[in-house]
Design a protein around this ligand. Structure first.
Ligand code: 0X9
Ligand code: ZN
Length: 433
């Protein structure tokens, strides 16, 4: 009964907020599919290894990176099998969330209420979207409005569609040219940011949009530096996570011979393809039929190759969530990657810069040792194929309190601290090579 009342309240708030105009609140139906799903934590010998195997078999969905106590999502239909596998491996389990649908609904309800109470006049419509929203997660359409406004308002900004997603949405690439650029063909240092390759990690595209704003306003650091950014690498997945399934991770590929949709775009790159990934289309880490089988990774890699042929690509950061950790390659082996010392030291600069605003702590770790084995990822491919010296995956806020459903009131603090961290790294790129 309490549950029914609660749902009506959510619907009522959503209706009121929608009629109030912009920004639109979070949708009200993207959690129903999560009904009955639970979140567990496992503990014991080689816990992450055991859970990662279960993920490849499509029995669980790993949500956190702690090697000692991994957290994961379990469907009601597989909970008995998962429980038995954990017990057999000598692991104990703790129930953290009993009903994920209810958990997500409550979070969205809080965000919507805050939006109503805030009464701010932030706006993002087709007619005008001068700034990324700081108090709500934008729809893909709103992000497009913002990108177009940005390109129209600054001569330094070029916006290009580098390809289409499975469902035909544009993959937008922003290029910010340095101040005083005369348009001559000169080879410069360049940095590449990728965001939103995992659909449910909403803070990633949100932060990317704010970073664009800061980068365009910046007059010194980006001098003599070409900056490239793809703010939403997986637009279909992003929209699906807004409308149908808040925990959707992959793209929206229809997989031949399977009723399960989607390929994990961060397992689909042509670097050690297949190691630490799954061949099961129902798994959250399904690698796809072959490397670059997906139009999204194909578009990204082709453009990154083009950029690295005209510029010196020095830094690549793929924005993800969550965990507050800056990860450096390799992710599929514990062998040391070239320039590891440099990646660690630039990483520590990031962490120091990011801490200055709100005392938020980011750690700097190797992907394979700090987390779990994964291959076919953007960071490893950039490092191996393009020899980008500084290549990272940045897991944004938080450390698990809210996880993927980070409250919208953390968009601005996250963006600010990440900008402060990145500024430190950009000065490293410009000065020390
Ligand atoms: O597993 C991933 O793709 C990333 N974590 S997430 O929770 N955002 O899905 C981490 C990728 C780190 N990079 C490598 N392992 N190479
Ligand atoms: Zn991710």
């Amino acid at each position: 009964m309490a549950w029914t009342c609660h749902r009506w309240l959510v619907v009522a708030v959503v209706v009121v907020a929608r009629t109030a105009g912009n920004p639109s609140p979070q949708p009200d139906n993207n959690y129903q599919v999560l009904a009955g799903q639970q979140v567990w934590e496992a503990e014991g010998p080689e816990a992450m290894k055991v859970v990662a195997e279960l993920e490849k078999e499509a029995l669980v969905d790993i949500l956190s990176h702690s090697a000692l106590t991994p957290r994961f999502r379990v469907h009601p239909g597989s909970s008995a099998q998962v429980a038995a596998a954990l017990t057999q491996a000598g692991l104990t389990r703790t129930l953290l969330i009993n009903d994920l649908a209810r958990h997500v609904a409550e979070g969205q309800h809080r965000d919507n209420l805050e939006l109503l109470r805030g009464g701010k006049t932030e706006s993002c419509t087709q007619e005008s979207c001068p700034k990324p929203l700081g108090n709500a997660y934008m729809s893909f359409e709103q992000i497009e409005y913002y990108l177009k406004s940005l390109a129209e308002s600054s001569e330094r900004v070029e916006l290009v569609s580098i390809g289409k997603s499975v469902q035909g949405r544009d993959i937008w690439r922003v290029h910010i040219r340095p101040y005083g650029d005369t348009g001559e063909d000169v080879r410069r240092n360049a940095v590449w940011f990728e965001a939103g390759i995992h659909a449910r990690e909403w803070i990633s595209p949100a932060t990317a949009c704010h970073l664009l704003d800061y980068l365009v306003a910046d007059k010194s650091l980006t001098n003599n530096l070409d900056v490239y950014m793809v703010p939403v690498a997986n637009p279909d997945g992003y929209e699906f996570s807004r409308t149908n399934d808040r925990y959707w991770r992959k793209n929206r590929r229809t997989n031949t011979g399977s009723s399960c949709r989607g390929v994990d775009l961060n397992r689909n790159w042509d670097e050690s393809f297949g190691v630490g990934a799954s061949s099961n289309p129902c798994s959250e880490v399904y690698k796809g039929t072959e490397a670059f089988s997906e139009p999204e990774t194909e578009a990204l890699s082709t453009e990154m190759q083009r950029v690295s042929s005209v510029d010196d690509l020095r830094l690549m950061i793929s924005l993800h969530s969550y965990g507050q950790v800056l990860l450096y390659p390799w992710g599929y082996t514990t062998d040391k990657a070239p320039k590891t010392r440099m990646m660690k030291s630039a990483g520590r600069r990031f962490a120091r810069g990011a801490k200055t605003s709100y005392n938020t702590k980011y750690t700097v770790e190797n992907s394979a040792t700090g987390m779990y084995y994964a291959s076919g990822t953007t960071d490893d491919w950039a490092k191996a194929a393009l020899e980008v010296p500084l290549s990272y995956t940045l897991e944004l806020r938080d450390r698990g309190g809210n996880g993927f459903t980070l409250p919208a009131n953390q968009i601005l603090p996250t963006s600010t601290e990440v900008w402060n961290g990145i500024k430190k790294m950009l000065s490293f790129v410009n000065r020390k090579f």
